[in-house]
Design a protein around this ligand. Structure first.
Ligand SMILES: Cc1ncc(COP(=O)(O)O)c(C=O)c1O
Length: 329
């Protein structure tokens, strides 16, 4: 089974990174006997140093999904209405429904957001991914974040795909805003389930208090050890992933009438408008060939002709392209 449905980064790690991780684990092996309180502090200290943030502005969690869950749990009682963009990462809606929140969707039209609309909506919580998933566009800048911060709502900015920037923005504090980051996509470490939220210290403190009550040690010592290596040393996957992506796109572009949209995420969007096949049939056919892709039902606002594909590993790119060619023709 080839999995292209979770936008994972399946490129290879560099040998140097692999060796550094093994060395880190070996030299800290004794720490596996204890709850990871000290490692959490050490990790937060390292993140703070690296990103120029204060330690009290950071909380760690089980990837961005774990942090979203925790944040909604934290604000569940005082927040009843959530604003999200449409389309956006499906998990936002799923988690909000589970928390019993009312969901308000703001449509993205022609790949653009209406900033005035976002500034004038009334809600308690807002989640925006930048870059957006599934469209891959970026919307936020300092001026807009300043304005959002004055709304009074708790604003969550999901930076899941921002790691691909060569020059990551230096941290800036905004009242009422927290940012979420993880090692899942850029570093290709989805398996360690390690992420962190940072920003407005009052919000971060509330999340920390909740975490201490419901799940005081959510991250394993092993994940912190791997994460600390990844903070210092590139995993090697970024470069290999971009090579695979470029190769995949150029091969797909050779398929007649297929429109490919490269974007800032770890997946690509394909428009089947000029082909006979619908997104739903394409999904069914490719699944039969044991290639898993996202069900187009997940993003109804993309319409019946758009599909989202993760990037295959180097070993299987040719095979995936061949399968797609057969389905399309
Ligand atoms: C926008 C967005 N946020 C968060 C996640 C999940 O991130 P994590 O692995 O850190 O939980 C994804 C995964 O596809 C995503 O697309």
């Amino acid at each position: 089974m080839i999995s292209l449905n979770r936008s994972e980064n399946s490129a290879e790690f560099s040998l140097e990174f692999e060796n550094k991780v093994l060395k880190m684990i070996k030299s800290n092996f004794h720490k596996l006997s204890f709850y990871p309180e000290e490692l959490e502090k050490e990790f937060i200290k390292n993140v703070a140093k690296k990103q120029g943030i204060l330690e009290n502005q950071i909380v760690t969690g089980n990837g961005i999904e774990g942090l979203l869950h925790l944040t909604l749990e934290t604000f569940n009682k005082e927040c009843t209405k959530l604003t999200i963009l449409d389309p956006s990462f499906v998990v936002y809606e799923d988690l909000a429904k589970e928390s019993g929140m009312e969901i308000q969707k703001i449509s993205i039209k022609n790949n653009k957001i209406n900033k005035n609309e976002l500034l004038s909506t009334k809600e308690d919580l807002m989640i925006i991914a930048d870059p957006n998933n599934p469209l891959g566009d970026k919307y936020l800048d300092d001026k807009f974040l300043q304005k959002l911060s004055q709304k009074g709502s708790v604003i969550i900015i999901d930076l899941c795909y921002s790691g691909f920037n060569i020059n990551p923005n230096k941290f800036k504090n905004y009242q009422n805003i927290i940012f979420l980051k993880s090692f899942s996509k850029y570093e290709g470490l989805a398996g360690i389930r390690l992420g962190f939220a940072y920003g407005d210290s009052k919000i971060i403190q509330k999340i920390k208090d909740k975490q201490k009550k419901i799940c005081p040690f959510p991250i394993s010592a092993l994940s912190y050890l791997v994460g600390m290596v990844a903070l210092e040393k590139e995993t090697g996957k970024e470069i290999n992933f971009l090579k695979n992506k470029t190769n995949f796109i150029s091969q797909l572009k050779e398929i007649k009438k297929l429109e490919i949209y490269d974007n800032n995420t770890t997946s690509i969007l394909i428009n089947l408008e000029k082909n006979k096949i619908s997104a739903k049939s394409f999904y069914q056919e490719i699944n039969k060939q044991k290639i898993m892709i996202k069900n187009p039902n997940t993003y109804p606002s993309l319409g019946p002709k758009k599909i989202i594909l993760g990037i295959p590993s180097k070993k299987v790119i040719n095979m995936v392209v061949h399968t797609i060619k057969k389905i399309i023709n």
